[in-house]
Design a protein around this ligand. Structure first.
Ligand SMILES: Cc1cc2nc3c(=O)[nH]c(=O)nc-3n(C[C@H](O)[C@H](O)[C@H](O)COP(=O)(O)O)c2cc1C
Length: 372
């Protein structure tokens, strides 16, 4: 288009073409408008859904239909997950007897009232078996695998929670799942490479609790780099929580609670947490139990020599001596993605994080990492 000329003059459109262009422009404008409208509706829905969330601990005895539960879980399965491996499982408990037993293990009577209890499990057993059946050598007996599966399980649990709340149901997570890991793993007869992560009670709400206060956003968010709060900012950010939380427990537990506070000389919410709810002693006990059960479920083989450098296909140390496969690896490793990779043949001086790939050192513990 020459300067000083209008588009119309330069392109010299016929009236029909101009009409067509106008129609297209109008169509695009409508699309953009609709998209914006949908976006704002979606945000409103999200505000309604997430912004109204409260945990429900009292349930009516109305059942949750199997069809609705299946819909909720099916939706949640669309959640993001590591490498699309979906390294989690969900155990559905509806049976009254089982719920009672679980209520005892969790020390939480609400479980018996909830229509359903979902237990989310970090689960590599399916993936490991699949790898074995497909001539691939899995290296997932380690803590990283557990953490990966745990992330998948947690993300999916939250999607279940959203979907259930969107359907008008009430939910409550159970942190006690990670206090009694061994007992729960045994209760559910989990195989190796599977470990409980969290549980969610679901049912029709029989209470309408007040929305609970949250910390102000400035206390939780940081721009670009972590910016520690000053002491006065810390105190300020917990101010509302301190009053809300303090009164909530008073209302919830009544005179017994007041007595407990007096016996333990507990004077504020922070002390409630450190002394009555989540003591250091309990946290250390639960940590020991978790490490034990992770070991038992086969998630603690983290030592360098155990997994490093084994071939991701045959699982042996010397796999790459097979010339056919050597060539195959060589092709795939021609351009290392991250410059540095661990090799099995390197001596002991390389430190934890591997060393440069050398033509002689091709025993790969994993195939090249491609974008997920
Ligand atoms: C991982 C996790 C574990 C939780 N564990 C328990 C629990 O064992 N018992 C319980 O009554 N609530 C539990 N909750 C619910 C929290 O207490 C609740 O989300 C928090 O107090 C905020 O209240 P709200 O959900 O009503 O806004 C848990 C929540 C999460 C996310």
């Amino acid at each position: 288009m020459t300067r000083g000329h209008t588009l119309r003059e330069t392109m010299d459109f016929s009236p029909r073409e101009t009409g067509f262009l106008a129609l297209c422009t109008g169509f695009v404008a409508v699309l953009v408008y609709q998209r914006k409208k949908i976006q704002s509706l979606k945000l409103k829905d999200a505000k309604y859904l997430i912004g109204q969330h409260v945990s429900i601990r009292k349930f009516t005895n109305e059942p949750v239909s199997e069809a609705l539960l299946q819909d909720i879980i099916q939706l949640a399965m669309q959640s993001s997950n590591n490498g699309n491996m979906q390294t989690y499982s969900i155990i559905i408990t509806r049976d009254a007897h089982a719920k009672q037993k679980l209520a005892l293990i969790h020390d939480n009577s609400a479980i018996a009232q909830a229509a359903v209890l979902l237990t989310f499990v970090a689960d590599w057993s399916r993936m490991v078996r699949w790898c074995q059946l497909r001539d691939a050598s899995p290296g997932y007996s380690n803590f990283n695998a557990f953490w990966t599966g745990s992330n998948d399980a947690m993300v999916t649990a939250q999607s279940v929670a959203f979907a259930a709340e969107a359907a008008g149901l009430g939910i409550c997570y159970l942190g006690s799942t990670i206090w009694e890991t061994r007992r729960l793993n045994e209760f559910f007869e989990l195989p190796k490479h599977a470990h409980v992560v969290t549980s969610v009670m679901i049912g029709h709400p029989a209470e309408t609790p007040k929305l609970r206060a949250r910390l102000p956003m400035y206390g939780l968010t940081h721009q670009e780099r972590y910016q520690p709060l000053s002491d006065s900012q810390v105190l300020e950010s917990y101010k509302d929580r301190e009053t809300e939380g303090w009164h909530r427990y008073m209302e919830l537990y009544g005179p017994v609670w007041v007595q407990k506070l007096a016996i333990h000389k507990v004077e504020n919410l922070a002390q409630v947490y450190t002394c009555l709810k989540y003591s250091s002693q309990d946290y250390r006990l639960w940590s020991r139990r978790q490490l034990d059960s992770l070991r038992k479920q086969g998630f603690m083989e983290n030592e360098k020599e155990r997994g490093d450098g084994r071939c991701g296909i045959c699982g042996k140390w010397s796999h790459c001596l097979d010339p056919a496969r050597f060539e195959y690896f060589f092709d795939r490793r021609a351009t290392p993605m991250f410059g540095r990779e661990t090799t099995p043949f390197a001596g002991g001086s390389g430190g934890e994080f591997g060393r440069e790939v050398t033509p002689g050192g091709f025993g790969l513990s994993t195939p090249p990492r491609s974008p997920r």
